[in-house]
Design a binder for this molecule. Structure first.
Ligand code: UD1
Length: 430
């Protein structure tokens, strides 16, 4: 398994191109299942999660092409997806266990074909991750759902029926799934307490371009009028706000200055406020964001994760790494996932002073320095937090289990090297 070696202490300065958003791309890929025409996605990130989703669709009968492309002068990839006819309607365990977001095939395949079988994803390191909202909403739309041998079997007689659905939690995954299903349902579907994350807005933009009728983008009440068929479309994936936030912290933690090209400040309001409150300069430009911590003394701030536009849970670990070297104390509260402090013991092995209280809160008291160590994390964002700690720590840090990072950070070493980090991947046979 590959490792990443970092020698800490370099101040980072320069520009980083922010890739297309993984969490937007995954539902966008599955939206292509709603039509027999071609859906083309530009500004796609090259990540193992995208490869996993492509493999799942290919085994269901989707023809996928990949082209080299340029977006705003940066080399990127464009993918086209065409599912003229399904070769099977099953999302098998071996695919779903690699990537939970495989559940995005549920809504589109059921709506178009009237039947789908999906292996239940199960829990993961950050929490139990139930699917009750996805399933009960489809039942309200007339689907018959059965759980057999670890698989969800979903069937409909004819078409899904529009329904008035209220989510008990503003789930991102359920919002995307039910939104996609409702585009081909009979009549009107209303989703109350829908999630409002920018990735959902991106999905709505594509669906509307495909011929769907949706109102309420960026609000918690979505109204969808079902149509008979959808058609092909071409769509540019939005910039990854979590990748942008992660590299923003890399600038802040090293006392550096990084321009995040393609980052959209409007999707990062709360993290930007926290950075500013800590003493970091943040300059918003039309198509970029400059994070400048040159000669700044950073002061700790409290953060509390919440549904969008609140502070994103997917940036909690990275900001906690930053709080470790800021002056004073910071209270970090995790409200979305029940087990998302697994980076804490590893940060403490590097010299951080953190006290965890129960599952949901941690007090971080800033220390003068961290020291390099071999570390590993159990999820994607926690792994990046360890990279950040390694960038500022004295000496050598080895981050193990790099496959987590490869799921969500495109060209990680290249991007960090480009702004002056001393970082390299150590290839090792499995
Ligand atoms: C997505 C993101 C993930 C992010 C999360 C919250 C993708 C691929 N992943 O995950 O990176 O951390 O949003 O911003 O986009 N819940 C239920 N029942 C359900 C579904 C969810 O109770 O049927 C609960 C979950 O346990 C959790 C909360 O709702 O406490 C939010 O989960 P959800 O928004 O669904 O997360 P994902 O879509 O899985």
């Amino acid at each position: 398994m590959d490792k990443i070696k970092i020698i800490g202490g370099n101040r980072l300065e320069g520009k980083i191109y922010i890739s297309g958003a993984k969490n937007a791309a995954l539902p966008l890929i599955c939206a292509s299942l709603l039509t027999d025409e071609t859906v083309t996605l530009t500004n796609m990130p090259i990540l193992s999660d995208i490869r996993s989703m492509n493999a799942l669709l290919e085994q269901m009968g989707t023809a996928i092409d990949c082209f080299d492309d340029f977006v705003d002068g940066h080399p990127t990839k464009t993918y086209s997806y065409r599912t003229q006819k399904f070769s099977n309607l099953i999302a098998p365990y071996d695919y779903v266990r690699k990537m939970r977001a495989s559940y995005y095939v549920l809504g589109p395949v059921l709506a178009r074909e009237g039947h789908v079988e999906l292996s239940l994803p199960g829990g993961c390191a950050i929490g139990a991750r139930p699917m009750d909202i996805h399933l009960s909403s489809l039942e309200q739309m007339g689907a018959k759902i059965e759980i057999k041998n670890g698989y969800v079997h979903a069937d409909i007689d004819g078409k899904l029926k529009g329904a008035h659905i209220t989510f008990h939690t503003a789930s991102v995954g359920a919002t995307c799934n039910i939104l996609m299903a409702a585009t081909l349902a009979e009549g009107e579907t209303i989703i109350e307490n829908a999630a409002k994350e920018p990735e959902i807005g991106d999905l709505i933009d594509l669906l509307i371009d495909m011929g769907a009728k949706i109102e309420g983008k960026d609000t918690s009440r979505l109204v969808i009028q079902g149509v008979d068929t959808l058609h092909g479309a071409r769509h540019k994936v939005i910039a990854d706000r979590i990748e942008a936030g992660s590299y923003g912290v890399a600038a802040a933690i090293t006392g550096g200055r990084i321009e995040l090209i393609n980052a959209q400040a409007s999707t990062l309001r709360t993290p930007i406020e926290i950075l500013k409150a800590m003493g970091v300069d943040v300059e918003e430009k039309e198509n970029s964001l400059i994070i400048d911590a040159t000669n700044k003394t950073l002061v700790g701030q409290d953060i509390m994760t919440d549904y969008y536009p609140g502070f994103p849970t997917d940036l909690q670990a990275q900001f906690m790494a930053l709080m470790c070297v800021a002056e004073g104390a910071s209270l970090v509260t995790e409200n979305i996932w029940e087990n998302r402090f697994m980076h804490v013991p590893e940060l403490m092995r590097m010299g951080a002073n953190i006290n965890v209280h129960g599952h949901a809160s941690a007090i971080v008291r800033g220390v003068k320095k961290l020291s390099g160590a071999p570390v590993m994390a159990t999820d994607l964002r926690a792994s990046f937090a360890l990279i950040l700690a390694g960038l500022v720590a004295e000496g050598e840090t080895i981050v193990n289990r790099v496959y987590h990072l490869d799921r969500g950070y495109e060209k990680l070493e290249e991007k960090l090297k480009g702004v002056g980090a001393n970082i390299e991947r150590i290839k090792e046979a499995d």
